[in-house]
Design a protein. Structure first.
Lengths: 92, 462
């Protein structure tokens, strides 16, 4: 089985797993769900590290640093703001 | 054990923890731990990558992390809960932008990659990430009010977008050498430009109150862009995480569309709302019953049950803390107070819930539409704060523009009090018969001032 097919299987199964898990998130947590999921999409930081790490020319360096900066904003900001929101959901 | 295997197993663990973390968002009690778990999973993935990659230049990485970490950290601490939709919009933009840049860098590294999995995924990552980046910034500007919240339309808009979409496909095929070989680098820059333009054009015709759909959709795109980048560089954890985010955004998109009884195509291509062709001169010309804070306090303070319906007006006026004080005072008087939240109240999914949580309203008092709609006929008084279309009984009229939209059946309560600045129509641009009903009292004013007056008057009740 080729690399592409393995990737597609992984993609489809992960999307189905995500669907099962996320359908059960109550509406009251939809904003934290969105910002938390958004932080997870900052996983692009993994790709950004690869790009920035191997950079030798100017273009590649600029692209790599820009990608790392954006992905880090996404990851740090996303997880922190989600935590801040969730800390406010209290039962009295 | 060799390092490659260890790295792969760490990625696997990280993917599992993302799923488990998201699963814990199923209850407010476990959600915070779930978010912590997901951030730990991210850290694992980053460490695995740092170990796995032959890094030539640490400087760039450290500079990027320092700048990004500072900006993200400060923004996350400072942002007001009322501005959460803008914040999520910007974060979406950066997520999509990062994925697009990874795809771009990967392409420039191997420009003659040709028609292959890697080539197609690089282009997909570029276009989806690019659309997410520019589209999210437009959504941000609309939410912030820098750009008008009304749909921006021009003749032939959908045709232009269609042409651009076809152009993107054709350009993509040329870059991958389908029509014979040439140096694709220049074409690729054009491809990047068109992607950004497409993002702008796709979001400008969408009106302010449709933002919950747009934000959810862009959220989904940011995930798909990460997956595409994962296919491009052959990294499973990117593919998995991106698929999870893509699924999450898509589910929210569907829920938001259902909350308005409109199809996704209608939201994206409809140019709905704002200056829709409706005779505005007729709106607000009928007599209403007015009430002041003292009268409203009496209506709320001597009954058994009150349901509060918050809308976007609450967020605009930042009146959530005063609202909670009113709720507390009523509860102290023995009134049963609940909060009914429409799926598309506010500017993003769950916007109202976050505001009320910030004001320290207990989350078990927040009810969604399905949970509470049957209770309105048994409710003594409903207090509507800055909401309009989501309580408009016109949705039961098959000829109305909002026909079939699920609404909160507030008109079935014994008494309805509407706190609003004026009789001006909501986003749908139509009048609301609820305001003129026999059991409705209009309490005009800015939600924050009115709510402050109400706090005083409820305190003075015997």
């Amino acid at each position: 089985m080729g690399e592409l097919m393995i990737g597609l299987y992984v993609f489809v199964l992960a999307a189905l797993a995500g669907r099962e898990v996320i359908t059960k998130v109550p509406p009251t947590l939809h904003t934290p769900l969105m910002s938390g999921a958004n932080a997870i999409s900052g996983i692009a930081i993994v790709g950004a590290i690869v790009v920035a790490g191997r950079a030798d020319g100017t273009t590649q360096t600029v692209l790599g640093v820009a990608a790392i900066t954006m992905a880090t904003i996404n990851v740090i900001g996303g997880f922190m703001v989600t935590d801040r929101m969730l800390s406010m959901f209290r039962k009295r | 054990m060799n390092v490659d295997l260890l790295v792969e197993l760490t990625y696997l663990l990280s993917a599992i923890l993302f799923v488990v973390g998201l699963r814990r968002l199923q209850s407010p009690a476990t959600a915070r731990g779930g978010n912590a778990l997901a951030s730990f999973a991210m850290l694992l993935a980053i460490v695995a990558t740092l170990v796995d990659t032959d890094i030539l230049g640490w400087t760039g990485i450290l500079v990027g992390v320092a700048i990004g970490g500072t900006i993200g950290g400060v923004a996350a601490r400072k942002v007001e809960m009322t501005s959460m939709p803008e914040m999520v919009g910007v974060f979406n933009a950066f997520g999509g932008g990062a994925s697009a840049l990874v795809a771009v860098a990967e392409f420039l590294n191997l420009p003659s990659v040709g028609l292959s999995t890697a080539g197609v995924s690089m282009l997909l990552g570029t276009v989806i990430g690019g659309v997410t980046f520019s589209g999210s910034f437009i959504a941000f500007a609309k939410l912030k009010g820098t750009l008008t919240g009304n749909p921006i339309t021009f003749p032939g808009q959908n045709a232009t977008n269609g042409l651009l979409a076809v152009g993107t496909l054709a350009l993509g095929a040329m870059i991958l050498g389908v029509f014979g070989g040439q140096d694709p680098t220049t074409l690729f820059y054009a491809f990047c430009g068109i992607s950004l333009l497409l993002g702008i054009l796709l979001v400008i015709p969408i009106g302010g109150a449709d933002m919950p759909v747009v934000i959810s959709l862009l959220n989904s795109y940011s995930g798909l862009a990460a997956s595409a980048a994962g296919f491009a560089i052959g990294n499973m954890v990117l593919i998995i995480s991106g698929a999870l985010v893509g699924a999450s955004g898509l589910i929210l998109t569907q829920l938001m569309c259902k909350g308005m009884n409109r199809s996704l195509a209608n939201v994206v291509f409809g140019g709905f709302g704002g200056t829709a062709g409706i005779d505005r001169a007729q709106i607000g010309q009928r007599p209403v019953m007015r009430a002041d804070a003292e009268a409203v306090a009496a209506e709320l303070g001597y009954v058994n049950s009150v349901v509060v319906v918050p809308g976007y007006g609450l967020a605009v006026a930042q009146a959530q803390h005063e609202l909670r004080k009113v709720g507390d005072l009523l509860e102290a008087r023995g009134v049963d107070v609940k909060y009914a939240i429409h799926p598309v109240a506010g500017r993003m999914p769950g916007h109202m819930n976050v505001l009320l949580a910030e004001a320290d309203v207990s989350y078990d008092k927040l009810y969604d539409l399905d949970e509470i709609n049957d209770d309105f006929s048994k409710t003594d008084a409903v207090l509507i704060v800055g909401a309009n279309d989501v309580v408009n009984p016109a949705s039961r009229d098959p000829k109305s523009v909002i026909a079939g939209m699920p609404i909160l059946d507030v008109d079935r309560a014994r008494r309805v009090i509407v706190m609003k600045r004026s009789l001006s129509p909501g986003f749908a641009g139509i009048d609301n018969d609820l305001f003129y009903a026999d059991n409705t009292l209009m309490f005009f004013g800015d939600a924050k001032d009115s709510m402050g007056d109400l706090v005083r008057e409820v305190r003075e009740l015997a």
